[in-house]
Design a protein around this ligand. Structure first.
Ligand SMILES: *[C@@H]1O[C@H](CO)[C@@H](O)[C@H](O)[C@H]1NC(C)=O
Ligand SMILES: *[C@@H]1O[C@H](CO)[C@@H](O)[C@H](O)[C@H]1NC(C)=O
Ligand SMILES: *[C@@H]1O[C@H](CO)[C@@H](O)[C@H](O)[C@H]1NC(C)=O
Ligand SMILES: *[C@@H]1O[C@H](CO)[C@@H](O)[C@H](O)[C@H]1NC(C)=O
Ligand SMILES: *[C@@H]1O[C@H](CO)[C@@H](O)[C@H](O)[C@H]1NC(C)=O
Ligand SMILES: *[C@@H]1O[C@H](CO)[C@@H](O)[C@H](O)[C@H]1NC(C)=O
Ligand SMILES: *[C@@H]1O[C@H](CO)[C@@H](O)[C@H](O)[C@H]1NC(C)=O
Ligand SMILES: *[C@@H]1O[C@H](CO)[C@@H](O)[C@H](O)[C@H]1NC(C)=O
Ligand SMILES: *[C@@H]1O[C@H](CO)[C@@H](O)[C@H](O)[C@H]1NC(C)=O
Ligand SMILES: *[C@@H]1O[C@H](CO)[C@@H](O)[C@H](O)[C@H]1NC(C)=O
Ligand SMILES: CC(=O)N[C@H]1CO[C@H](CO)[C@@H](O)[C@@H]1O
Length: 665
């Protein structure tokens, strides 16, 4: 074809043979003449794609004499060898943005697409503006990509993409429908009116010029953007390639090439000696033993053994506390406490564990002006008396005794802890059904928060009525009255609200009265129970008495009715008289009922046993033996008899005995 005709059509690539025009063969002869351009004889063809020329997963298309690479984004170039340079926004939290100028009209149908990587949940990705307004925004909200058109129609991705991975995001406006994709997954669509991007509009990427304007869209973007396109126009931040259609960059601030993350470890965010590892705009802490949390901020205090030996460490909201039991003997062991001045909670309950044999003693006491609280044992019962505003006195007492030397759990609390005043309730040993409730109402114990001495184990030193017994760690409103001071523990106590031990003498840690079980007073394998200054022996069976020193005579009550009794271990055994049976020989039995007389022998009742009357030809006590024949020899005058099968010898008048028998006959 002539060079001017059909110039809009691409030229033919391939082979032709036997082309006739008006029955005249014109190919190949004519075309191979001088007028032919780029035509050669034969039909040689080598598939250039076999050389795998396309890099970066580019698809090769065989063009007969040449090839073409279809490059996956973000790659471009003849052999897909060029990658769009990634733009880093918000490095080290700087404010960054770039502005591109739109140089042609893209009416009605267009798309905006980019690769995105971030760990931020919010920020402005892109804004399209014309002289009058910002008409399209792409932003991050709660980690999800959101597109808003004229602040009216909007689309949001289903899932968050703020995971630090690279995501491909695109918005397509086509035929009045706006659709959002993440990777190739459709996230939703919305009908929109006419949108037209026109020459002269601007594209803001990463933020607007003003911080105040940007903050309305979640602030400046932090992360990376690569291969941003509007339609097929590239918006290139770096390495401007003029061979592809692109919009020019007008302005760029604080945008850097590449996508290296912040050094999140530079301000070591890990606490308590955790080791920081940087992880693209993020960090992880390798926490030392006994600490947990993203920043190793939670210390497992108790694993660091901060408490003295024999004390139990318990974790609190802040820090830990050491719990133990303590022994109170007399007025010298009374302990005193004060609040540290930072107690702000309402003190509405008291918890304690108690063990005593004293029937009258003070356990806890404090007073301020006319207000006082006393928890005590009175006549063996647990008793509480509380007066707050000299108006009414709350008193409460347990139904059961607590002075039995056993441990008892006591819980006293306001029935309505949120109220100014309410009844108080006492629960002993967690038996809620047996709880007692005060008749009158009382307030809370907030007067104990500070500047009041709280005594444990007595009314006050030298005031009498002291406790002899043990107390576990007492809690007021959930705050311990600790037996240990800060110098007794290995690590600082971090809790804000504390009671501080004021008394200088150390507590008697543990619960020990006199060592009543050492040496063991219980005899014959009995086990000694320490009941605080007294004991109880649990005897092994058969033994009785305070010290297990009496043997229980099991035959003393003559249990065998018709028989003789004998002690057998822990019980007795009866040897029954003839004619009786049963454990206690109480059953009369017919001795002939199950007799053993054999061969039809008859059972005869005797006084102390039965006898067998044997049938003919049988003998023995049980008629088991057959009677053997008798032989006689001699004459009427002189004869001899042999029994049991013995043979009589005529001559000597004697017997030849069969085996098993001896004797003359
Ligand atoms: C670039 O970032 C720095 C640090 O955040 C900031 O002080 C500066 O104002 C930013 N430049 C512009 C033009 O916003
Ligand atoms: C936009 O796309 C739709 C559907 O793909 C098509 O019907 C319409 O003609 C296009 N509009 C323009 C202006 O190209
Ligand atoms: C957005 O607003 C501009 C100006 O307010 C208007 O010209 C345009 O038609 C609107 N576009 C849409 C899609 O509503
Ligand atoms: C206190 O005594 C009780 C009862 O013997 C015991 O269960 C508890 O473990 C003791 N507490 C401490 C901290 O030793
Ligand atoms: C503390 O008690 C007072 C009444 O004595 C009440 O008004 C207040 O709400 C309570 N505070 C808390 C935290 O329960
Ligand atoms: C005691 O009071 C404190 C503070 O009001 C509360 O946190 C705790 O749960 C109460 N304890 C019990 C056992 O009711
Ligand atoms: C003493 O031990 C006996 C059993 O040996 C028991 O029945 C009794 O209840 C115990 N007494 C106390 C106070 O534990
Ligand atoms: C019972 O004891 C008496 C006297 O020791 C004895 O003679 C008798 O045989 C015994 N009875 C039995 C059944 O063992
Ligand atoms: C055995 O001798 C006595 C007299 O000595 C006699 O009366 C008896 O009949 C004799 N018996 C036999 C079986 O001969
Ligand atoms: C007695 O004599 C009989 C017959 O001769 C014989 O079978 C038997 O063995 C003898 N018995 C003895 C004990 O010699
Ligand atoms: C009842 C019975 O069997 N009697 C026999 C005892 O033995 C003699 C001699 O062997 C027999 O003649 C009986 O018949």
């Amino acid at each position: 074809f002539g060079p001017n005709a059909y110039t809009s059509l691409p030229a033919f690539i391939g082979c032709m043979q036997d082309v006739f025009v008006d029955w005249q063969l014109i190919v190949p002869e004519e075309w191979l003449s001088d007028s032919a351009v780029n035509v050669s004889p034969g039909c040689s063809h080598r598939d250039r794609c076999l050389d795998v020329p396309c890099q970066n997963r580019g698809q090769c298309v065989n063009l007969w004499q040449s090839y073409q690479c279809q490059c996956p984004r973000p790659y471009e170039g003849e052999d897909c060898e060029e990658e769009h340079v990634t733009a880093r926004f918000g490095n080290e939290d700087s404010h960054s943005y770039a502005v591109f100028a739109v140089t042609d009209d893209l009416s009605h149908n267009f798309s905006i697409s980019l690769f995105l990587r971030t760990r931020r949940t919010s920020g402005l990705l892109l804004a399209l503006t014309n002289s009058g307004s910002q008409y399209l925004h792409m932003l991050l909200e709660e980690g999800r990509v959101t597109v808003r058109l004229n602040s009216s129609e909007s689309l949001k991705s289903d899932s968050a993409i703020d995971d630090g991975e690279v995501h491909f995001v695109s918005v397509e406006v086509d035929g009045g429908l706006m659709t959002l994709y993440v990777a190739s997954q459709k996230q939703g669509d919305v009908e929109v009116g006419t949108v037209s991007i026109q020459a002269g509009d601007s594209v803001y990427v990463g933020g607007l010029l003003e911080e105040s304007a940007t903050s309305g869209f979640g602030g400046f973007f932090k992360g990376c953007i690569q291969d941003l396109r509007i339609g097929d126009r590239r918006l290139q931040f770096f390495g401007l390639d003029t061979s592809v259609k692109s919009y020019p960059l007008d302005l760029m601030e604080n945008v850097t090439a590449g996508c290296s993350g912040d050094n999140a470890c530079s301000r070591n965010p890990c606490q308590n000696g955790g080791i920081c590892y940087s992880n693209w705009d993020d960090f992880t802490c390798a926490c030392p033993a006994s600490t947990v949390g993203r920043r190793c901020e939670e210390v497992k205090w108790c694993e660091l053994s901060p408490c003295p030996r024999d004390a139990e460490c318990r974790m609190l909201n802040q820090g830990y506390e050491c719990y133990t039991n303590a022994t109170f003997l007399n007025e010298n062991t009374v302990m005193s406490y004060r609040g540290n001045g930072f107690i702000s909670r309402n003190l509405t309950n008291i918890s304690l564990n108690l063990r005593t044999r004293k029937r009258n003693a003070a356990i806890l006491h404090a007073e301020k002006g006319s207000a006082f609280i006393t928890v005590s044992v009175q006549d063996g019962l647990l008793f509480m008396e509380l007066q707050i505003r000299s108006v009414s006195t709350v008193s409460l007492s347990s139904r059961r005794t607590v002075s039995d030397g056993e441990w008892h759990n006591v819980h006293l609390f306001m029935a309505a802890p949120w109220a100014q005043t309410s009844r108080w309730t006492l629960v002993l040993d967690e038996e809620v059904e047996e709880a007692t409730t005060s008749r009158s109402q009382g307030g809370n114990l907030d007067f104990l928060r500070q500047e009041v001495d709280i005594f444990l184990g007595g009314l006050a030193p030298d005031a009498g009525w002291s406790l002899a017994g043990c107390l576990g760690t007492v809690e007021l409103g959930g705050i311990a009255l600790p037996y240990f001071t800060s110098s007794d523990v290995n690590l600082p106590r971090l809790q804000e609200e504390t009671f501080v031990r004021m008394s200088l003498h150390p507590p008697l840690v543990g619960c020990s009265g006199a060592s009543v079980c050492e040496p063991n007073p219980c005899l014959n394998g009995g086990e000694c129970q320490d009941l605080f200054n007294t004991y109880n022996c649990s005897c092994t069976e058969g033994w009785a008495g305070r010290h297990c020193n009496f043997f229980r005579d099991t035959c003393a009550s003559n249990p065998c009715v018709h028989g003789n009794c004998s002690i057998n271990g822990l019980t007795y055994e009866c040897a029954c008289d003839f004619g009786y049976a049963g454990v206690d020989c109480e059953e009369e039995v017919d001795v002939c009922e199950n007799h053993l007389c054999a061969h039809g022998g008859t059972c005869l009742h005797g006084p102390d046993r039965y006898a067998c009357l044997c049938a003919e030809n049988y003998t023995g006590p049980l008629c088991k033996r057959p009677k053997l024949p008798v032989s006689v020899c001699g004459d009427d005058n002189r004869n001899y008899t042999c029994f049991n099968g013995g043979n009589c010898t005529e001559r000597e008048l004697s017997c030849d005995c069969p085996p098993g028998f001896i004797g003359h006959r």
